[in-house]
Design a protein around this ligand. Structure first.
Ligand SMILES: [Cu+2]
Length: 243
């Protein structure tokens, strides 16, 4: 019995080392004009494989730059910053790419001078690297938004949804608006914001409506909070009491 189990373990170990070996052979490089300006492609340290010998290659860019990431291997890879920005998500990232694909890294344009570590979520221990942002250049301002809830009554909210006026510092795609009554979400939508002032209507869910009409029959005011989650920026909030 024990011999069989040991053999099984050994076989599993061999299989694991084969998988690891393949992962290490996968070659993914960071390239692109912005990055290449500071660091020629193919120069020592510009290969983002890590692992072998415990290397964590370093890439350098100026503030405001958006480098691109090319998956030069056969496997899937991505770039994901370890640290989180004000939106609670990775400072910068790419989608997971197939071999031969490339993408612009999103989020680096907001970074201020400093050192940021990143990794591949598919090969978290083998593929690690460091991004150094120099003091040169100017970082892009992080997007911001302010909100105000225009709807004043529960009956209007039930009929038409919540009317929210939003002011955005820049064009923002993928902003998520969430309305809550206490701790319950009563409406949620993801939308694009134009730069400047605009109105958005947030429809309530069926469950949200019944929660809110429960308040209406009890003749109490309903405290509604609307939050806008802004990719790469700080969330914005508005509170109002509906009568
Ligand atoms: Cu990878």
């Amino acid at each position: 019995m024990e011999t069989v189990r040991e053999r099984g373990t050994l076989r599993a170990k061999i299989r694991l080392s084969l998988i690891l070996g393949t992962a290490l052979l996968a070659l993914a490089v960071i390239a692109g004009t912005a990055w290449a300006r500071a660091e020629p492609i193919g120069a020592a340290g510009s290969t983002y494989t890590g692992g072998s010998g415990g290397l964590t290659p370093t890439f350098t860019m100026d503030q405001g730059d958006r480098p691109s990431f090319s998956d030069g291997g056969a496997n899937q890879h991505n770039v994901t910053a370890r640290g989180n920005g004000p939106d609670g998500k990775a400072f910068f990232s790419t989608p997971t790419l197939n071999g031969g694909q490339s993408a612009t890294v999103n989020g680096t344009q907001y970074l201020t001078a400093g050192t940021y570590t990143f990794f591949c979520t598919i090969h978290p221990t083998e593929m690690q690297a460091t991004l150094v942002v120099t003091g040169n250049g100017t970082p892009q301002a992080r997007p911001t938004a302010t909100l105000a809830l225009r709807t004043k009554t529960i009956s209007k909210a039930l009929k038409k949804g919540l009317l929210i006026s939003v002011s955005a510092s820049t064009q923002i795609s993928g902003a998520t608006l969430t309305a809550k009554l206490g701790k319950s979400t009563i409406g949620k939508t993801t939308t694009s914001l134009a730069s400047g002032a605009q109105n958005k209507t947030l429809k309530l869910t069926k469950a949200g409506k019944s929660k809110l009409s429960g308040k209406a029959t009890g003749k109490a005011t309903a405290k509604v909070t609307v939050t806008a989650d802004i990719p790469f920026g700080s969330p914005a909030t508005a509170k109002a009491k509906l009568k």
